[in-house]
Structure formats: C-alpha cells, structure tokens
Design a protein. Structure first.
Length: 109
C-alpha cells in the first residue's frame, strides 16, 4: 500500500472523527452475522506469486495475490475491506482474522 493511500485514509479518519465510522463497516459486520466466513483457494502463479480467489463470497469474487503468505494475508484483509468500501485505516475496527481448522477462511474476530 502506497504512502499516499495511507495518508489519505488517515485524513479521512481524522476528518470523520472517532465517533463516526464508514457505512461499509456496519455492512461488513452484517455480512458476517448472516453468512459463513469467506474462504479462499490459493495457487502459485507462473511468476511465483501466490494468487487467491474467494470461494463463497456472496457479492461476487475477491481476487488478490502476494509474494509470500504474510503479504497474502495482509492483501486478503485489505481486499475484503475494499469490497465493502472501508478505508484501510479502519482495519483494526473491522477485526478481520483467519478462522477455521486450516486457517483458510476469514471472519470477524
């Protein structure tokens, strides 16, 4: 994530104030209240990057990639936030974490 996006997201959070949260955060919580965790299928791309695609997201597909599993985890969480139009500065408030026996699904903590 670029420095410009980080600064922009922090400015949005500062302008809106701590008492105000994006509507997407409410929608994210509603989604996980009514649906199962979002699971992903990963495979190695030709360039060595790991590509992952959601299996059961109710609003289409979430597709992202990473050069290693740590970067992939971060990018999956950011892609979920993006699909609900939530600035990345609200990642902590969203509370998205890996769940399940194989840690291949994401839900709210």
């Amino acid at each position: 994530m670029g420095i410009t996006k980080k600064v922009k997201d922090q400015l949005i959070k500062l302008v809106l104030g701590k008492a105000t949260v994006p509507r997407g955060l409410f929608e994210l919580h509603q989604y996980f209240r009514h649906n199962e965790p979002i699971s992903f299928h990963s495979e190695k791309g030709q360039d060595g990057r790991i590509i992952t695609i959601s299996n059961n997201f109710q609003h289409g597909s979430i597709v992202t990639s990473g050069s290693n599993f740590e970067e992939l985890d971060k990018n999956i969480k950011d892609a979920i936030l993006t699909s609900f139009e939530i600035p990345s500065s609200y990642a902590k408030e969203a509370g998205i974490e890996k769940v399940g026996a194989n840690q291949e699904a994401y839900a709210l903590a």
